[in-house]
Design a binder for this molecule. Structure first.
Ligand code: FAD
Ligand code: NAI
Length: 473
């Protein structure tokens, strides 16, 4: 059988990889994508962590659990009576699996539409050959002029405590707990801990989150983190900061976590199941990187320059397997930029304006610098803030928690950071990101007509607040 030859081969079919493959094919390259993820029937399931055990299934469960909480606690405010509200966890998980499958199938369709050859199986280097590379794609041998590595990341385990996905859960197990646990322990109050902790709390679990850092959400604007801590506490999410995790024991009865609290006291958390969400590690397992001398950095990520070039000619790496925030949209942006660079174009990613969102209720969204970062840099800035309490649409929605905060340069008024905690913050942050991409000033946003009544009027009012001239507060 003759060896198949490609211009571009992408290893990994997550958001970094599948988007890079589509863009490369659009640019006229003969392109292949290799992905090894299997669905429950052993078939292909492209989309990576994001589609299978990350962004998409977590948002499906967040939506279901939010509906449940609304029906239980808030429908009555609207005059709707429901009687007792029940939750069929198996059905909720089935719906989530359906949403995941729609996305897997969508990517397979996009590969066909864009004429990307898809290989289901492991991709690995065999050797450098004739200025290109010989690769394994499952059982097949193929060659590539350019290789884009997008092999993603895996959940970090606590030392000596492997994930069994029954009692000790990574994001994978945490998204398929078969029945609401009575008591759920979570180690790490980062994004996964808060999102998945919220899901199971809304469904009735008592959730206790143990966090090593002394302050809550240190990478979020301090004012937002303070507001979030207050609101999550009110919702019943118990978060203990400054802990040191000791021995963790599992038995038929559940999990016991021994830890030292912030004051040095010995404590014990007994729970039915434990989610360990203490960050993720880049994944290069199975790539056979040694065969070609691909260089990794000290943390096991693939070493790349600002353009995602590795130490090898014509080998690129994008997404969670390289430095930078582990976010799907960052992986996608890098994938597009690399395909464009291979085509001789000027692919560009602006790392200073990558938005990030925590999908709790209320949502937390940010782009640009936090107030504490600006203070540390000694940069002069003006701040404007507007509460959703004073926004007509938020009142109509019955969701008035949180605020929009805009930070602008003290002299030029250029927007340096936007921080939102409140309803639909994930959607509102797009306007702020666009404004920053166009180097807008806070006055620019203040002068733009925003539809009434809409949550986005709060962004306009926060911009007016920078100049101390809010109209509705
Ligand atoms: P991945 O999505 O990890 O994809 C890598 C793919 O490569 C996988 O399919 C893997 O099987 C495959 N692979 C690996 N090695 C090989 C090999 N040798 N051969 C063939 N295939 C291989 N980010 C957001 O922006 N928004 C969110 O809301 C969000 N929610 C998240 C929720 C959870 C619970 C988790 C865990 C993560 C979430 N993330 C979110 C992060 C997001 O999932 C990642 O940043 C994103 O998936 C990274 O994309 P990637 O393409 O780099 O890697
Ligand atoms: P994270 O980095 O967000 O949070 C990990 C938390 O665990 C930190 O607060 C850290 O201080 C704490 N921690 C670390 N070691 C600890 C220990 N031994 N004991 C107690 N606490 C400890 O990581 P997380 O939540 O696992 O998520 C992984 C990645 O996935 C994130 O980097 C994020 O980018 C991505 N993600 C993004 C989402 C989104 O965009 N909405 C949703 C979920 C995940």
């Amino acid at each position: 059988m003759s060896t198949k030859q490609f211009d571009v081969v992408v290893i990994g079919g997550g958001p970094g990889g599948y988007i890079a493959a589509i863009r490369a094919a659009q640019l006229g390259f003969n392109t292949a994508c290799i992905d090894e993820w299997k669905n429950s029937a052993g078939g292909p399931a492209p989309g990576g962590t994001c589609t299978n055990v990350g962004c998409i299934p977590s948002k499906a469960l967040l939506q279901s659990s939010e509906h449940f909480e609304h029906a239980r606690l808030h429908f009555a405010d609207h005059g709707i009576s429901t009687g007792e509200v029940g939750m069929d966890v198996a059905k909720m998980l089935g719906r989530k699996d359906g949403v995941v499958k729609q996305n897997n199938d969508g990517i397979l369709y996009l590969f066909k539409k864009n004429k990307v050859s898809f290989f289901h199986g492991r991709g690995s280097f065999v050797a450098a050959k004739d200025g290109g590379y010989e690769l394994k794609a499952g059982e097949e041998s193929i060659t590539a002029k350019h290789v884009i590595i997008a092999t993603g990341s895996n959940a970090r385990a606590l030392p000596g405590l492997a994930f069994d996905e029954e009692l000790v859960l990574s994001n994978d197990g945490a998204l398929r707990i078969p029945a609401t646990p009575k008591k759920l322990g979570v180690i790490g109050s980062g994004v996964i801990g808060l999102e998945l902790g919220s899901v199971w709390r809304r469904l009735g679990a008592e959730v206790v989150v143990l966090e090593a850092m002394p302050n809550f959400l240190p990478t979020v604007d301090e004012g937002v983190a303070k507001e979030a801590a207050k609101l999550f506490k009110k919702q019943g999410l118990a978060i203990e900061l400054g802990v040191k995790i000791g021995e963790v024991k599992t038995s038929k009865k559940g999990v016991v976590v021994n830890y030292t609290d912030a004051k040095g006291g010995e404590q014990k958390l007994e729970c039915d199941r434990l989610i360990v969400s203490i960050g993720r590690v880049s994944n290069t397992i199975g790539l056979n990187a040694e065969a070609v001398g691909l260089k990794l950095d000290g943390r096991g990520a693939i070493e790349v320059d600002a353009d995602c070039k590795t130490n090898l000619p014509n080998v690129w790496a994008v997404g969670d397997v390289v430095r930078g925030p582990m976010l799907a949209h960052k992986a996608e942006e890098e994938g597009v930029a690399v395909a464009e660079r291979i085509a001789g174009q000027h692919g560009h990613v602006d790392f200073d304006i990558i938005p990030s969102v925590i999908y709790t209720s209320p949502e937390i969204a940010q782009v640009g610098k936090t107030e504490q970062q600006l203070k540390a840099e000694g940069r002069g800035y003006k701040a404007g803030q507007f509460p959703f309490l004073a926004n007509g649409r938020a009142r109509a929605l019955g969701d008035t928690s949180g605020f929009v905060k805009i930070l602008a340069d003290a002299t030029t008024d250029e927007i340096l950071g936007v921080h939102i905690i409140g309803p639909m913050a994930s959607e509102l942050i797009a306007e702020a990101t666009m404004a920053m991409a166009f180097k807008a000033s806070s006055e620019d946003i203040a002068r733009i007509c925003h539809a009434h009544p809409s949550l986005s009027e709060s962004t306009k009012e926060a911009a007016l607040a920078v100049d101390k001239r809010t109209l509705n507060f």
